[in-house]
Design a protein around this ligand. Structure first.
Ligand code: CMC
Length: 423
């Protein structure tokens, strides 16, 4: 299969077919407009491959997710988040000495300029943490780089996001900032900066640190999703890495994307307050006159199950068990999943729990405030964003991203003076 034929306006055209390493095929329409005068139209980009990438593979029909060829199930089980960072950014799992070096750099770059605290201190404490993160990420650029393409920038953005996230929490809670430790991994350092004391050595709960580490791995990359495409889009104009990541944070904050994890927990709480009447919410989600959707359900790519949701469902049980906690919201979530999976509406549309459905229950058990959930998503995803940004900038086929449109507005008109436009 090397060519695709298109008959258009009585003429026949041929376009090259590109095949990926997992057998995925794409019709290369880069020359479509030049040859035919027409563009491809694909609102929401559901059928558009925006790039060729060797970072993450997803088979939505089979529920497969792999980073650089490694299945997500194995990565979540066997490696640390720092190893995943190395895998995504540099293409391979690290040797011990490479890992040690990476951890050292991440700890060095976790220390951010004192001026960032002034930036945060100037924001209203009531602001959403994602708005604060985006602001602070833009501010990082003013201290560290104007080009944003060095290895230092890449690691500084990852480590800096960790510090910013914890500082945002401390600022909102009116607590003094806790500086990063020189000896901890990403998850433990985050917990130390969130819950430690400025004058005390780190004392991090291992169970909690391991749970966060796994969550970061599960959220690390997901090929060309909305926020990653945003990062690539902004970076394609040769905007800096920091500016691109700040835009990615904005995209992730939306409730149809990363913001869904906060929305799921709020939905489960509403169901609980409504005496556990989950049928009411299922009916509301099916009602086309209502805008309500079952949060944490459905996915553009996964049409049978989301492998991350499977891991997290099991993980929720394990984490609650290890911490000796019992959460009625977990029972509501399990029951809601059961009811929805048996309902014709959800079955027909192939709507299943996604990564955001169970993650909030775990964050809650770890005592992360609900408003911080999407920031937790960003802590993991930033490693994917920087890897994708870097891959794009080094791609020989790289061009500025500039989609076309089909214009459906008024045809050419001439301006009337305001006095002649009537009342
Ligand atoms: N509840 C009720 N109905 C739904 C839902 C839902 N959660 N998701 C999709 N549908 C219906 C939708 O109304 C449409 O029905 P119809 O064909 O009758 O018009 C059909 O299913 C297809 O939906 P779509 O909006 O065309 O699908 P999409 O691929 O454009 O959207 C989605 C994917 C994830 C935005 C959507 O499923 C959704 O809004 N889910 C809830 C929000 C959510 O959980 N987001 C997290 C996504 S996973 C992690 C991440 O990306 O951050």
């Amino acid at each position: 299969m090397s060519k695709a034929k298109l008959t258009f306006d009585g003429e026949e055209y041929e376009f090259p077919v590109v095949e990926g390493s997992e057998g995925e095929v794409g019709i290369d329409v880069a020359k479509l407009r030049g040859a035919t005068g027409a563009v491809s139209l694909d609102p929401g980009y559901g059928n558009t491959g925006s790039c060729q990438s060797s970072i993450t593979f997803i088979d939505g029909e089979k529920g497969i997710l792999r980073y650089r060829g490694y299945p997500i199930e194995e990565l979540a089980e066997k490696v640390s988040f720092e190893e995943v960072i190395h895998l995504l950014v540099y293409g391979e799992l690290p040797t011990q000495s490479e890992l040690d070096e990476l951890k050292e750099k991440l700890n060095e770059y976790a220390v951010i300029d004192e001026g960032i605290k002034d930036v945060l201190n100037g924001l209203p404490r009531t602001a959403h943490p994602m708005a604060m993160l985006s602001t602070a990420m833009s501010a990082l650029e003013t201290y560290y780089s104007t080009t944003g393409s060095s290895d230092e920038d890449i690691l500084r953005v990852i480590a800096g996001t960790n510090t910013l996230a914890a500082y945002i929490y401390r600022y909102k809670e009116e607590l003094p900032y806790v500086s990063p430790s020189k000896d901890l991994g990403v998850a433990s350092n985050f917990l130390h900066m969130m819950y430690g004391r400025p004058d005390e050595d780190p004392d991090v709960d291992e169970v909690v640190a391991e749970a966060i580490d796994k969550l970061l791995t599960l959220h690390a990359d997901h090929e060309q999703n909305c926020s990653t495409s945003t990062v690539r889009m902004v970076g394609s104009a040769h905007a800096s890495l920091y500016a691109s990541i700040a835009a990615g944070v904005g995209a992730l904050s939306g409730p149809l994307h990363g913001g869904a994890n906060q929305a799921v927990l709020e939905m489960l709480q509403n169901i609980q307050d409504d005496d556990g009447d989950l049928e009411k919410y299922v009916e509301l989600a099916k009602d086309k006159s209502s805008e309500f959707r079952l949060m944490g359900f459905g996915h553009r790519v996964y049409k049978n199950f989301d492998p991350r949701a499977r891991i997290l469902k099991k993980s929720a049980d394990e984490v609650l068990g290890a911490l000796g906690k019992d959460d009625p919201l977990l029972d509501i979530a399990r029951n809601l999943e059961q009811v929805a999976l048996e309902d014709e509406f959800f079955v027909k549309r192939r709507l299943y729990p996604n990564v955001d459905f169970y993650s909030g229950i775990i964050y809650r058990a770890l005592e992360i405030p609900t408003e911080m959930f999407t920031v937790m998503f960003a802590l993991g995803r930033v490693s994917g964003w920087v890897s994708q940004w870097h891959e794009m900038r080094n791609d020989p086929a790289f061009r500025i991203h500039r989609p076309r449109q089909i214009y459906i507005g008024e045809n050419g008109r001439s301006v009337q003076p305001i006095s002649e436009r009537g009342e």
